[in-house]
Design a protein around this ligand. Structure first.
Ligand SMILES: NC(=O)c1ccc[n+]([C@@H]2O[C@H](COP(=O)([O-])OP(=O)(O)OC[C@H]3O[C@@H](n4cnc5c(N)ncnc54)[C@H](O)[C@@H]3O)[C@@H](O)[C@H]2O)c1
Length: 319
């Protein structure tokens, strides 16, 4: 039996990673998340009921070492975090403090395991934010020097916490893989990101569709592709490496993304350009060359197909 601990496993990426790994019945998964049972969505609850090799435990991971005494995990996949642009800007100290403390808590738990094969940590594309602004190296490779700005902004709390997490893990002596996901999207991703927000606005009766940061561009990566990449890396023999997770072929300006979305929902809507979000990089595209060099080619879902699946899910969700 392979034993896996997944933090943040009730969340967007966490649930999708859990679902994919749980197909193998030789694997036993403990999902830790702070969401109480009564607040978990139907899809997640049904999944837990059906899959006897998945165990859900509600826990604030800051208490992990005082509550959890198991020492036989083979893999730790640490996804729980404080995130989301609005949250980061409104609660910068809470974000940096939680993300740093929880990652240290997890690393210390990892160090107590008898036979840990890999500690997998989700950092973020946000660690490149200042580097991209100053060096404009796009697509961005993992080995680029990470830069900071002397003009500290609230937004830096998230990128700093993720970079601190990376450095702590690298210095911990645990075998690790670090992921830097770039704009992952798909069904059940919450309501705060640009894709669900544009879907929500497109479903409303108003004639106009306001689009923030319309000329900024991002590479959107469909969740199934991101999970496939992560799982390939997690269960490979490779460790002590950092990998971007994303789809460099899908770079699109936000107003073009809005057009694709509203065309599938309400084509007559008129797109209105709104202001740019402060501190947000104008472009963000991952280089996936390193991933391909280590694990071979990656099959990507095209944006129209990924959006169609996402729109279908959110149309039901918002109705
Ligand atoms: N989604 C993306 O595009 C993206 C991009 C870059 C990085 N990431 C990183 O990937 C990871 C997963 O992101 P996501 O989009 O699935 O986010 P998410 O918000 O859907 O999932 C995070 C989960 O962590 C849980 N959590 C928060 N505080 C906790 C605590 N104290 N104890 C236990 N659980 C707690 C939440 O309840 C949630 O279920 C995060 O670390 C995030 O920073 C995501």
């Amino acid at each position: 039996m392979i034993r896996i601990l997944i933090t943040g496993g009730a969340g967007f990426i966490g649930f999708n990673v859990t679902k994919k790994i749980a197909i193998d019945k030789k694997v036993s998964i403990t999902v830790l998340d702070i969401v109480p049972l009564r607040k978990l969505d139907k899809e997640f609850l049904e999944f837990i009921k059906k899959n006897k090799n998945v165990f859900y435990k509600r826990l604030n991971i800051l208490k992990l070492n005082s509550v959890f005494k198991r020492r036989n995990y083979d893999y730790i996949i640490h996804l729980a975090a404080e995130l989301g642009v609005d949250n980061v800007i409104s609660n910068p100290y809470k974000v940096i403090s939680f993300n740093i403390k929880s990652t240290i808590e997890l690393i210390e738990f990892g160090l107590k395991q008898k036979n840990l094969k890999k500690f997998c940590y989700t950092s973020s594309s946000e660690v490149y934010a200042h580097t991209i602004k100053k060096k404009k190296m796009i697509p961005t490779k993992e080995n680029i020097e990470i830069m900071y700005s002397s003009n500290l902004s609230k937004r830096d709390s998230y990128m700093s916490s993720k970079f601190f997490g990376e450095v702590s893990l690298k210095l911990s002596s645990l075998p690790f893989i670090i992921f830097r996901p770039h704009n992952i999207y798909g069904p059940r991703m919450g309501t705060k990101h640009v894709v669900p927000q544009l879907i929500k606005k497109s479903l409303k009766k108003q004639k106009n569709l306001a689009v923030y940061s319309p000329r900024h561009s991002r590479s959107f990566c469909y969740i199934d592709d991101a999970v496939d990449m992560m799982i390939k890396a997690i269960f490979s023999k490779i460790s002590n490496q950092v990998f971007n997770i994303g789809n460099p072929k899908s770079e699109i300006k936000i107003h073009e993304l809005a057009k694709l979305i509203k065309n599938q929902i309400s084509p007559d809507k008129i797109i209105k350009f709104d202001c740019d979000q402060l501190g947000s990089p104008k472009r963000r595209v991952p280089s996936m060359q390193k991933f391909v060099d280590y694990f071979g080619t990656v099959k990507f879902t095209n944006v129209e197909n990924g959006l169609a699946k996402t729109i279908k899910w959110y149309t039901k969700f918002f109705s």
